[in-house]
Ligand binder design. Structure first.
Ligand code: SF4
Ligand code: SF4
Length: 273
């Protein structure tokens, strides 16, 4: 997806220790290891999630920046693996047709995005929120309510929303005036994991071959949500994020209750030994 310098905010009590780093005394840790099996020259990624011993309870979404960092490490390794076989991605800065696709995000990421949005300058946040509210109103006026609860009919709802956006030429409102992502550092896993092995013309024709990945951090986050029982564990369509704007219920957990099952889920990914 499109590239921009993006913003950075410290939204989590968690951090990642480098492989082999000593864990400071008084700090807890949960190991994450993504072994080399299954994907050619894929490099092992070993990290330990650390957090201050006196860290207060945190929302599930606090783990999302860690998921993003690990997701990017996996992407780098998969891209290097593909390049070694002569397989190259066509994605480049400023290329952004895919930002008109229906992007989906786990509940943890929706909550994370709401926090990110709240920290954006009003000049970016307000038009984006207005876009999503107007879009939701229009969807409801058109009776496309299946989109608001698509668990039972995902394909139908997904296709209808895709057609709705495409026929109106609507793209993600977080694209800035230069066609770049205004939250690049915090963009969702779906945006981070989507790479085309064909030119943008094929993306426009909706028949692009995509970079295959051995695992998706969307699956990890949805399964983490199911383990913790925070809310309905599913993916949500980003264009319908306005329905979450007024949500106030955000349960919190001791950091270990988030990081340890997260690490276990990553380690149980399909490429684990
Ligand atoms: S090549 Fe396709 S997937 Fe890649 S950035 Fe361009 S439009 Fe998006
Ligand atoms: S958040 Fe929006 S603008 Fe940013 S990469 Fe994803 S779809 Fe594109």
């Amino acid at each position: 997806m499109c590239v921009a310098s993006g913003m950075r905010r410290d939204l989590t009590p968690f951090s990642l220790a480098e492989p082999g780093a000593a864990i400071p005394e008084g700090v807890c840790g949960a190991a994450v290891r993504i072994p080399a099996s299954g994907v050619g020259t894929f490099q092992a990624i070993a990290r330990t999630i650390v957090w201050p011993a006196d860290a207060p309870d945190a929302e599930l979404s606090a783990i999302v920046p860690i998921a993003h960092k690990l997701c990017d490490l996996v992407t780098s390794a998969v891209l290097a693996d593909g390049a070694a076989r002569g397989e190259n991605t066509f994605c480049a800065p400023g290329c952004n047709f895919c930002c008109g696709y229906v992007v989906a995000a786990s509940g943890a990421e929706i909550d994370f995005l709401l926090t990110v949005l709240a920290g954006l300058p009003a000049a970016v946040r307000e038009p984006a929120e207005a876009f999503w509210r107007d879009l939701q109103d229009e969807l409801e006026r058109k009776g496309i309510t299946v989109l608001l609860d698509v668990a039972a009919s995902r394909d139908e709802g997904w296709g209808a929303l895709g057609d709705f956006l495409q026929t109106r030429g609507l793209t993600c409102p977080l694209l800035d005036g230069a066609g770049r992502c205004s939250i690049y550092a915090a963009r969702p896993v779906t945006c981070r994991e989507f790479y085309s092995l064909g030119p943008a013309a094929r993306c426009i024709a909706l028949d692009t071959p995509r970079l295959e990945r051995p695992m998706s951090f969307n699956d990890v986050l949805v399964n983490l949500e199911a383990r913790l029982g925070t809310r309905e564990a599913r993916m949500w369509e980003l264009p319908t994020i306005a329905q979450h704007f007024d949500r106030t219920e955000r349960p919190t957990f001791p950091p270990a209750h988030i990081a340890e099952p997260f690490a276990a889920l990553v380690n149980k990914s399909p490429i684990s030994d």
